[in-house]
Design a protein around this ligand. Structure first.
Ligand code: 1HE
Length: 270
């Protein structure tokens, strides 16, 4: 599956803490700091931001994975010492900008998880649209133990996946969830065998890339915002988004293809 991927060019090739490759419409961004368990240093956060605001033309979906034995060990703790209040706020806002570029960027992003997905690593995963875990995956929010709080958007995104009560439990008690528990509470949508999350994530990204871009845009940008709105506002937003999507030439030709028997049917999978 990964063999067709070739190194991305231009600014993406200059990002030393990431390994960015592309195959047709799918971009693969691999966190490339295995010696530090892909700890999210300031330069790594900045490079993630740069990658997602500089997607090559033709890319329609992306996958984020981590090199080595773990997806991501969270904030680079060596950078936290002696940060004052002002720079702390700006630091958190830098993470928000990077993760917003993932969640509210141009293309859907699938996270391929394995090993530790902890602290800021879980914040990063929660900014992605689909999460695929393998059997080695485990989730934790050790901020409480470290004397800090989430700062990478986790308080806004993680409760939307698992609920405030479960996130409170992870942060207050240091509870760690295994791969099965993570699936059950909604941290991942898929759970596969050890070593298979990347292949599954790439396959899903390929499938997602074949959707009409406006449909993917609507799911990425309208769905979470509608979920934040009142029912009345949400229904109104939905009408506008539906009308925009339906009126695109691609929607028209896909609808015609189905009516003329040239498009796939919805069938049971697996
Ligand atoms: C690190 C980090 C890191 C590893 N920052 N250097 N995150 C945490 O509290 C998780 C801290 N890390 C761990 O619990 C473990 O490292 C792991 C379970 C992820 C992996 O264990 P292991 O045995 O495979 O590796 P290791 O021997 O602990 O670490 C290898 C090296 O990576 C070692 O450095 P070395 O120079 O001694 O080789 C570690 O110090 C280094 N390393 N994790 C810095 N996180 C925006 S707010 C977000 C707030 C948070 O993310 S809080 C959670 C922080």
């Amino acid at each position: 599956m990964t063999t067709d991927f070739t190194p991305a060019s231009g600014v993406l090739a200059s990002l030393q803490l990431l390994q960015v490759t592309v195959a047709g419409p799918v971009l693969h961004v691999r966190l490339n700091r295995p010696a530090k368990r892909n700890a999210l240093s300031d330069p790594l956060i900045q490079q993630l931001h740069t990658a997602f605001v500089n997607l090559p033309d033709g890319v329609r979906a992306a996958v984020i994975s981590g090199d080595g034995a773990h997806f991501c060990s969270g904030l680079d703790l060596s950078e936290l010492v002696e940060r004052d209040i002002g720079s702390g706020v700006l630091h958190s806002r830098m993470w928000h900008a990077a993760f917003d570029a993932i969640q509210f960027g141009q293309v859907p992003v699938v996270a391929a998880l394995h090993g530790a997905v902890v602290g800021g690593g879980l914040e990063l995963a929660s900014a992605c649209h689909i999460r695929v875990a393998d059997a080695t995956t485990y989730y934790g929010l050790p901020e409480g133990q470290r004397g800090i709080f989430v700062g990478g958007g986790g308080s806004a995104r993680i409760p939307r996946l698992m609920g405030v009560a479960r996130m409170t439990d992870l942060m207050m008690t240091g509870r760690v969830l295994d791969a099965d528990e993570g699936l059950a509470v909604g941290l991942a949508q898929y759970l596969v065998a050890e070593g298979e999350s990347l292949a599954k994530a790439l396959a899903l990204a390929g499938r997602i890339a074949s959707n009409a871009p406006m449909s993917n845009f609507a799911v990425m940008h309208a769905l979470p915002r509608i979920a934040d709105q009142s029912q009345s506002e949400g229904l109104f937003t939905e009408s506008l988004m539906a009308a925009v999507a339906e009126s695109t030439p691609e929607a028209q030709s896909r609808l015609r293809a189905f009516l003329e028997g040239r498009a796939g049917k919805v069938v049971k999978q697996g």
